[in-house]
Write a protein that binds this ligand. Sequence first.
Ligand SMILES: [Zn+2]
Length: 473
Amino acid sequence: MIRFYNTLGRKLEDFNSIIPGQVRMYTCGPTVYNFAHIGNFRAYLFEDLLRRTLEYHGSKVIQVMNLTDVDDKTIRDSRKANLPLADFTRKYKDAFFEDLKTLRIEPAAVYPEATAHIPEMLQMIGQLMDKGFAYQSGDGSIYFSIAKCPSYGQLVKLDFENQRKAERVRSDEYAKDSVADFALWKAWDENDGDVKWDSPWGAGRPGWHLECSAMSRKYLGQTFDIHTGGVDNMFPHHEDEIAQSESANGCKFVNYWLHCEHLTVKGAKMSKSAGNFFTLRDLLSQGWNGAEIRYVLIGTHYRSKLNFDPAALDTARTALKKFRTLFGKLKALPAGNSLAAEAAAIAADAKAKFAEGIADDLNISRAMAVLFTFTREVNSLLAKNPAADAAKIILDRYRDFDRVLAFLDVDAAEPVQEAARQDVPAEIMDLVEQRIAAKKARNFALADELRDKISAAGWNVKDTPAGPEITRQ
Ligand SMILES: [Zn+2]
């Protein structure tokens, strides 16, 4: 049984999807006005881990992630850049999809863009107006009236009576202590430039919160299984989504709400002025790769604050290298079935524990502990001279774990004979492994360059079907 901590109700609950075997899940995506930073990606990686865990346990997942390409920030910054809104956001949309690939985040079924769903949003505003949940203010904007929605505040448990104010708030983001009617439709003003759409209530543009209610309904239905986001989305964004959807549809919006905690850098909030602000691209340009960054960002449980220390990437690199070396050894074992039964036993035990650990509210610490215990057992087995059949069982188990973890890359490791490793200094082995990777990427110029380096250091490398043979000159 899978269980999750449901923000709605603040407790661990067994997970049951509405349609058995199928999970419908909505994820608040990026506002495409800048490159996403690693705090954003921590949340997208948590959602990927969630999705992979559901799939690992046999569910088909239909995930929808929106792209906010019109809101206060996109309009403000496109005007600063003196670009039409669509041209301005295009660059960051493209970058976002590239970054998802780098981090091995599985693609969602649909990435609806807010600007492509104005009719759906207008339809929802019309329903809210008809039912009396919304009203038009003096400037022509449409607001949601929280006084008409007694269940408002259910997600963040607002001390509602003390906070209720008759005020209105036009901006997309506001603080909890300014609980107020929020904008569904913002009447055009000169700050919007040429960004506007016609509506029955005059020209304007949608408020940010509305898009998620309208687009989730279109692609997932009125009631669906899981809604996710970062903790900073809980208020006002998710609270407002619930109010809009449940008022317009007259039924429950979402059964399970899951929220990912903040990322800090060495204990401090990430900020450009403090010089501790990292986009994914910053880390890539420092030489780290997607697998290493993924390893670090999913390594802390999603409901704990992640204190990001760049030194953790070193640890990740070392750990992943050890795995690669181990896979290389396993792939070079001779044919035969020696110790296959033992391998099957430890692989089956590890599978059961891993599946149970990750199903427990995505307990990544338990899953990683299983991975390391299994690896210790594999290393003990290797000392007893197993053969290829045992290696296949073990490698298949690592491949199976990588359906969830997606950083082990079992199939990227080339066989390297154990005999070839002995007495070869680590820095030479490093060059040998880089050369294997270069050849795999068909970068033969780099492979030749690395061979020259190895040779200049006093070693010869010879390619054999069982992997490279390294000998002293
Ligand atoms: Zn949203």
